[in-house]
Ligand binder design. Sequence first.
Ligand code: AVJ
Length: 316
Amino acid sequence: MMIEQFKQDVLSGLSQTPKQIPSKYFYDKRGDELFVEIMNMPEYYLTRSEMEIFQKQSRDIISSFDVQKGEEIEVVELGAGDGTKTIHLLYELIRSRITFKYIPIDISSNALDGLEHRMKEEIPGLAIDSLHGDYFQMLHDLKKSPNRKIILFLGSSIGNMSDEEATLFIASLSKNLNKGDKIVLGVDLIKEKSVVLPAYDDAAGITRDFNLNLLERMNRELGADFDLDAFVHDPEYHESEGIAKSFLKSTKKQVVAIKSIGKQFVFDENERIHTEISRKYNDQILGKIIDQSPLSVQQCFTDQKNWFGDYIINRV
Ligand code: AVJ
């Protein structure tokens, strides 16, 4: 069924001008591996910056939750990842003698199984209840619980959404929260091009491979005949706009056939497929999105270089 959606999205994306493909299709098995490599690259500062925030400021982050004596909370993480940042927060909750349950939600049951296993190993006795499925469906089910919830949405995951999509996402999120719940939203902050662009254009070419893997995936899963040597990775970033964008650029005029779609697509020389946006934020840009929901920004924790921000947002 999944493959039908992929076909549809590729057909509609490559029929548009400019051509585009949703960035969620980066993440097949190979794409997941390449993203882990990206996070370890010297140029990709995002993961390390947010890690520093959780390593050094977890205690202050927890204070911002304003947990009352005897209160039990639920720490709900959207898109669990590998939990390496969250674990600092969980350790600090235990140290602070706060009663909590950790509830990671992910659409990949594979990722969840690994995470649950590792977390139980690292924190014996951890109350963990992983949920496999759609974020909003799961949050809707959790809304009945009387305990206050802290929603973690880390890693600049919201960065792949346009401002319109982010506004809708945050609105849907807030609908599934109760008064007093909080969101910890990790976002990359707007900064100079000399820092941002290399994170999406690394010297080792891993981000290039990450983008080209999308063509390989279409070749493999949709019977396409993309010539990987005839496309180059072409990222850009303008500080005034604050959005890093990735493109795959055709180096020549060419025709690509996609068997399972039964269609051919013409590429002009230098024509590009838009594959991803990575939105960078500041208080104003986030404020506009938050103001359209029953939410208010409480405070922001940043790393020492001021490159990354974890915003504490209240459901009011
Ligand atoms: C997973 C959305 C945080 O946009 O920085 C990394 C994905 N793309 N390098 C980001 C990504 C290219 C990443 N996020």
